[in-house]
Design a protein around this ligand. Sequence first.
Ligand code: ADP
Ligand code: MG
Length: 281
Amino acid sequence: MKQLEAKSMVLLHHHLKALRLPTITAECEKLARQAAADNADHLTYLLQLCELELLERERKAAERRLKAAHFPSPKSLESFDFSARPSVNRLLISELARCEYIDRRENVLFVGNPGTGKTHLAISLAMAACSRGYRVRFFRLTELATLLMEARDERGLLGLKGRLAKLDLLILDELGYVPASKIGAELLFDVISSAYERTSLIVTTNLPFESWTEVFGSERLTGATLDRLTHRCQIIETKGESYRLRDAKARISKPAAGERGASAKGQEPRNREMEGGKTSS
Ligand code: ADP
Ligand code: MG
């Protein structure tokens, strides 16, 4: 291939910038040298450049989707120990990771005691959805209630609801830790009922259904919320002992060399927290 003159090169970079093709701009010269060495034809060279640009765009979009989802910490299904949680059907979780329930606008509800992996599973499924191109947002339920009440006071409610309506998947984590106020409960109900058959929800809770009135206040609101949430919903129970507690017990019974004192002290408040039951996890 003949070398492009320096002036034409400047022009090419200018055009590529105007066309918003940053990866092609960055890679075109290196790839041209490679193509010349490989004796590749022009169309093969063009194809390689287009592929690189598309790959980089997809990578950046995935990065943006992950950031916009606001996960508290990344979790994956690979790091979930299914043998420690036999009540959770691994096949069902793998099927959910394929995200067809999102296309069908169905919901997933994780019910179980603190520390049994509900948030871990919810984030793993939500991250799988992100990587498949779905728009996802994670909230602790109390955080969303606060945000809704603030938006209402500042006349920003319509804007916030508009942003929620653009999502494909909304995660409401920790339903049940703090009872919402009456207005908070009504605003949450409004979000859940607007999502009905439009946006999939993943909800995690440590409360059995009969105790949901503690969060929503009135039986009427609780009934209406449950009705919408559980229609077309996979309910997954994470039965058994807290994973954290199990982990802590294992560490206490088998401390690493030189760690005996520190580890036992470090575990103390945590064990108490688990015994207390309804604490944030
Ligand atoms: P929950 O939301 O039910 O209170 P979490 O999902 O927050 O519980 O789990 C507590 C901690 O234990 C997290 O760090 C989580 O990653 C870990 N964990 C829970 N269950 C498992 C499991 N089966 N395999 C691996 N890690 C787990
Ligand atoms: Mg949790």
